[in-house]
Design a protein around this ligand. Structure first.
Ligand code: 5GP
Length: 195
């Protein structure tokens, strides 16, 4: 085991917890035909795995956010195809950290007058919260370590890592490509980025 990285949640634990979330959502949204709005790109693969555990009818849509500045300002750079007015909207997020992104996104969506607006986040970084934002469903409560895998990226990469990995030494982020694959994919010669 390379001490620079630590697996904090493995693939089996993710599967189990996501199915528990799906069961709660199925129960709470029965007969309401919610729209699950995945916040790209971190909602992949969480959203596809989640909806496989939701038994009630629902629709799926996506939006893409662009962040700018340091104060959590966001713009919707790709919007949903479905109108959200009058709909029961469930946002699907990878992680809530300071809460600034979710708070800005909620303000953007509230003006569209959804019938309800809730959020499911796979991860809740409780100690880092700056703004008090509602979070109705969360998979795991975590500390303030920087995580990779299962949709969480560094510079656009490593979303494909199986399970969730904490980077213990942030100095290693720049040479992650050389060292991380050996740890998460033992026996491989590394995972090369496309040229
Ligand atoms: P917030 O506005 O809540 O501070 O930030 C949310 C965004 O920060 C997430 O959607 C994600 O892009 C990024 N983020 C926060 N914590 C982590 C982390 O531990 N790992 C990675 N890869 N991204 C994170």
């Amino acid at each position: 085991m390379n001490g620079d990285y630590l697996q904090v949640v493995d693939a089996d634990a993710l599967d189990r917890r996501i199915c528990e979330l799906g069961a709660s959502i199925s129960e709470d949204y029965a007969g309401r035909n919610p729209v699950l709005v995945g916040v790209l790109k971190g909602c992949v693969p969480f959203l596809p795995d989640l909806i496989r555990c939701i038994e009630e009818p629902h629709e799926v849509d996506f939006l893409l956010l662009t962040r700018f500045g340091s104060k959590g300002r966001v713009a919707v750079s790709m919007d949903t195809a479905i109108s959200l007015e009058g709909r029961h909207v469930l946002l699907v997020e990878d992680i809530v950290d300071t809460g600034l992104t979710l708070s800005a996104l909620r303000r953007n969506l509230e003006v569209r007058r959804p019938a309800s607006l809730n959020t499911v986040a796979l991860l809740d970084k409780v100690p880092r919260r700056i703004v008090d934002v509602p979070l109705e469903y969360r998979g795991f409560e975590i500390g303030d370590e920087f995580l990779l895998g299962y949709g969480l990226d560094w510079d656009g990469r490593y979303r494909n890592l199986p399970g969730l990995w904490a980077v213990m030494d942030m100095e290693r982020l720049h040479d992650l490509h050389e060292t991380l694959p050996d740890v998460v994919f033992p026996g491989s010669d590394g995972v090369d980025a496309p040229q």
